[in-house]
Design a protein around this ligand. Structure first.
Ligand code: HEC
Length: 132
């Protein structure tokens, strides 16, 4: 193989590897990040509402739709869908994304923590078990 192609191939592999590592968070690390959420949130089978709603199946869900939880009007009427990009914005600065919401959490500052905690949340389907 000509040297040029070889260099190109290595560059592509590095780019792909680095990109994937960044975009896909690590659920195990995310479990640690989630400790910051646990004063107010639970996930998993039978997770109850605390100060905040249980977060089973939240990735990809409409905001403010979990039953038996009294969401703020601000969040309920936000029209948001918590796809990964929106969830990332929410976790970085909930007050900026939805002014008047009741999640009194300053936000996560590291992109890596945000990606990891989203990867962790993705391991819980709506019933608290791994999604099929
Ligand atoms: C001090 C308590 C508190 C902490 C800490 C907290 N939250 Fe929340 N969270 C809330 C409350 C309260 C709401 C509901 C807000 C509303 O109704 O306006 C909420 C809402 C949410 C929602 C929207 C759920 C839905 O179904 O619409 C998500 C997602 C969420 N929190 C994720 C997190 C994550 C992830 C963390 C940790 C990085 C975290 N929260 C930390 C209190 C908290």
């Amino acid at each position: 193989m000509p040297a040029f192609s070889r260099i190109l191939m290595i560059a592509v592999l590095v780019a792909l590897g680095g990109g994937a590592a960044h975009a896909d968070g690590d659920p195990d690390k995310g479990a640690k990040v989630f400790k910051k959420c646990m004063p107010c949130h639970r996930v998993g089978p039978g997770a109850a509402a605390l100060v905040g709603p249980p977060l089973n199946g939240v990735v990809g869900a409409k905001a403010g739709e979990v039953p038996n939880y009294a969401f703020s009007d601000a969040l309920k009427n936000s029209g948001l869908v918590f796809d990964e990009a929106t969830l990332a914005k929410w976790l970085r600065n909930p007050r900026q994304l939805v002014p008047g919401n009741r999640m009194t959490f300053a936000g996560l500052t590291k992109d890596e923590d945000i990606a990891d905690v989203i990867a962790y949340l993705k391991t819980f389907g709506p019933d608290g078990n791994p999604p099929k």
